[in-house]
Design a protein around this ligand. Sequence first.
Ligand code: ATP
Length: 259
Amino acid sequence: MTTTHLGTPPPPTTRLAAQARALTKTYGAGSAQVHALRGVDLDLPAGRFTAVMGPSGSGKSTLMHCLAGLDVPTDGAVAVAGQALHAMDDAALTRFRRDQVGFVFQAFNLLPTMTAEQNITLPAALGGRRPDPELLAQVVEVLGLADRLGHRPGELSGGQQQRVAIARALVGRPAIVFADEPTGNLDSTSSAEVLGYLRRSVRELGRTVVMVTHELEAAAYADDVVVLADGRVREHLVAPDRARLVAALAGPGATEVVR
Ligand SMILES: Nc1ncnc2c1ncn2[C@@H]1O[C@H](COP(=O)(O)OP(=O)(O)OP(=O)(O)O)[C@@H](O)[C@H]1O
């Protein structure tokens, strides 16, 4: 793995949002065995927007699920916000996901009968808590949802629905937000808008966002890009420019340039 410093250097950070060491995930057994992750070492700094890219089957979703405590690694270690996941039993993992992790999926997963505001505050309500009103107001403002709070999902555009889902993920003040192809269901205008808001969440609210994406245009909104290939980290690019990212995705020895 190489680390490349291009473009604007990031501010120095000592805090890590997530860390993986020799992370291995093998599915199945015998001839049906699949090595989804083959020893991933990764440090994800807090307060940055990181995209995870790589070919289909390279292990992006598996990595995200292991970091989020949704899947259990076969071997190796994961720590999020300084907490070691392998030491947790099921109840502790459930609490960890509730308190430390926010999720944004390709399908917005909003409840159709609830208003935007009720959807945003639902996870807290289910946990018997009220979200911090100041944080709620700040998140709503940063995501441009102030005049949409009383609307139901059916009365919102796709981009607005995804912004509600992002607000829901942020309002619990998670240590890290995982976004799995968050613009996969959106047209290019709404995608640009949602990606811009995700970036604002990092810049203005100081959150940490990790986004799996296939799209170069989406990755361009991120600060850093982790490129996976065949279950390993091929490169962890810090603030790459487009040419560097394209070269990393094409891989060593590639003769064709990805456009
Ligand atoms: N539950 C599972 N059982 C068996 N094999 C699995 C399972 N989940 C993933 N795999 C395999 O592990 C490998 C990595 O899958 P993963 O979904 O992490 O890749 P990906 O990079 O996210 O792919 P894509 O871009 O197509 O979503 C693939 O070969 C996949 O078929």
